[in-house]
Design a protein around this ligand. Structure first.
Ligand code: GDD
Length: 336
């Protein structure tokens, strides 16, 4: 007899796959609603696609969740599914808002109506914060997003608080800073850097083309982060938590660490749009391409994770250099 049941939306994404793996190891049964013919490549990469304790359930429309939630009465619901590309959200604000905000409301409603004792986790984002905060941001710092992705996440985040404070659901927001892993999608910069660096070290040729390499992020390791989702739902009181490392690194730092991981020497030259990196033969291995720049991408937001450290024991944070190294080595191995 399995102890607990968790319903995870977005099970085929990075966080959904890693959270499933973590919960399966804890003895959970996973309910995995997906569209017809889902792409389960990430589940395959971590070897859990055929685990008998994952039950895939096909849904066609969001209202199907009412029945799914009513049928399974999950102990915990992790709402991770989203349109997660900040850059792309500028081109399709309506779709992003619909998926990220409206779907969250549907799920909150369905949970309250059909399984009010289920505990609810929402993957909120640091993109909700005001642009010019220049101190480590905490849960109650001012929110004023500057892109459609952040606007949609803040709307959903506020709805989670409403369903907690007014309707009485046990509902939590994880305010997530960037978090990466070997199963990250190639459209995110960490994966792009690690796989391109592996390619260049193996067979030098075309350089790695990046946008704003001076952008700085508070970047963590996704396997650490998903554990905190679980911890939030084990607390006595539902609450919101910043999940971050508290340290900033630039895109340029990540490139340097990735080349270092493969003992490949590079030197940086120029600045801004003229930045390039060369290898020891003088060949250009990194250059800038303006097509990867985004509007309003110049803030250095860092998270204050004190509350998560104190209440969730979010303490063993994998160092930046370690996970960049493991991602790069994994990409290098794949390309051999
Ligand atoms: N994707 C990408 N590609 N980003 C680049 C590139 C490039 O070639 N060059 C520079 N960057 C910069 C982006 O401008 C951004 O400042 C930074 O690298 C990180 O970009 P992404 O990896 O695409 O992540 P993100 O910060 O936009 O969004 C991720 O983190 C958010 C939390 O802060 C996503 O996971 C979001 O869903 C999440 O909420």
């Amino acid at each position: 007899m399995l102890e607990k049941t968790a319903l995870i939306t977005g099970v085929t994404g990075q966080d959904g796959a890693l959270l499933s793996q973590f919960l399966l190891n804890m003895g959970y049964k996973i309910i995995a609603p997906t569209r017809l013919n889902p792409d389960i490549s990430k589940l395959k990469q971590i070897g859990i696609q055929s685990n008998q304790n994952i039950e895939f359930v096909t849904y066609n429309k969001w209202s199907d969740f009412k029945l799914i939630i009513a049928d399974f009465q999950p102990n915990e619901i992790y709402h991770l599914a989203a349109m997660s590309h900040v850059g792309e959200s500028h081109n399709s604000p309506d779709k992003v808002f619909n998926v990220n905000a409206m779907w969250t409301i549907e799920l909150l409603k369905a949970t309250l109506e059909r399984s009010p004792n289920s505990k609810f986790f929402f993957a909120s984002s640091c993109e909700i914060f005001q642009n010019n905060l220049n101190h480590p941001v905490s849960e109650n710092d001012p929110k004023m997003p500057t892109n459609p992705y952040g606007i949609s996440k803040l709307s959903a985040h506020s709805m989670v608080q409403y369903y907690r404070d007014v309707k009485g659901l046990f509902a939590c927001n994880g305010i997530l800073f960037n978090h990466e892993s070997t199963i990250r999608d190639a459209s995110f910069v960490s994966k792009k850097i690690c796989s391109e660096v592996a390619r260049i070290v193996k067979t030098p040729g075309e350089p790695l083309l990046l946008g704003n390499i001076d952008a700085k992020k508070d970047w963590g390791f996704a396997e650490d982060y998903v554990k905190s989702f679980y911890s939030m739902l084990q607390q006595d009181i539902a609450d919101d938590y910043v999940i971050s490392t508290g340290k900033l690194h630039s895109v340029k730092d990540m490139v340097t660490h990735a080349f270092n991981a493969l003992d490949y020497t590079i030197t940086w030259h120029g600045s801004g749009l003229d930045s390039i990196a060369k290898n020891k033969h003088g060949e250009t291995v990194v250059a800038i391409d303006e097509q990867y720049f985004r509007p309003l991408d110049n803030r250095f937001l860092v998270g204050n994770n004190n509350k998560a450290k104190q209440k969730l024991s979010f303490n063993n944070i994998t160092p930046f250099s370690d996970w960049v190294k493991s991602m790069t080595l994994a990409e290098y191995k794949k390309q051999q």
